[in-house]
Design a protein around this ligand. Sequence first.
Ligand code: DAH
Length: 344
Amino acid sequence: MDRITEVQNEALSAIESAQSPEELQQVRIKYLGKKGSIQALMSEMKSLPKEEKPVFGQKVNLCKQAVSEAIEKAQAQLEAKALEAQLIKDKLDITLNGTKSEKGTMHPLHMIQQEIEDLFIGMGYKIAEGPEVEEDYYNFELANIPKDHPAREMQDTFYIDPNTLLRTHTTAMQMRELEKAKGQTPIKLICPGKVYRRDDDDATHSHQFTQCEGLVVGEHITLADLKGTLEFMANRMFGEGRQIRFRPSYFPFTEPSVEVDVSCPFCNGKGCNVCKGSGWIEILGAGMVHPHVLEMNGFDSEKCTGFAFGVGLERVAMLKYGIDDIRNFYINDERFLKTFDRFD
Ligand code: DAH
């Protein structure tokens, strides 16, 4: 019996002096393990006289229980202590200055392109894309500009070989889409993309720029539909209250052809230095798809009509964001590009 008390006291003081969960685990094995001291006491019971067994057994059980409880309690305390130590060690000083990571911004041309795509998708248009290295056939022939046509000189072209070129306008995609439709209407799409011309670069010219073509073909499509569509676009791009004005023009692939002005968003049409006092700013070329273009692409021009337009995205971006030199879009000066984070 004294041995039991002795083992219990020994165990309790070992528990008390354990400094870590690992040390405590060693104590647990030493006293409560299969080969531990308390188990050894149990085995001693066999050699006792019968009448002493129950009292002895009960005392050993109480000893086991006391040691188990003490271990459990010590375990919880040691774990709490370890956690606290860890928290102190891992403490973050959130008042320290962090290192700022550089964040890029969307390119202004992409912003404009996305805006235009969103607004036309909202009106049920599809988006078509196609090759920048294009066949003369789509860029010119199908657009009603045969080889000897003077209009070829309106667009100085980068030729790769006599039949291959860098597309000079997204109207090439209009032709591809017309051909693909095989005379089936309705067609309602826009084609945004890069185009190229042999221009000398200056503040308003760039040998590479971006256009977005629009094309709608169906029954009873009129110039009024074109006007309404462009008015909607102008209001969304330049703010409510914009008006649209058509001026007669010439493109080989449209008849009639128009040049489209928008009422100046800077002075609301009153006249300022951006619109050079006229109250209007030219933004794009458009017209009704030429019956010959429809016929060449397999449409019955007696049954269907269509409108088309081609808008330069740099021009829209320059007006919208007050940019005065087209080269800014291409020289990748971070100081310029960073100013667009205000639209994030
Ligand atoms: N392709 C013309 C250009 O690059 C723009 C244009 C004018 C496109 C009239 C059209 C259109 O679709 O109908 O100058």
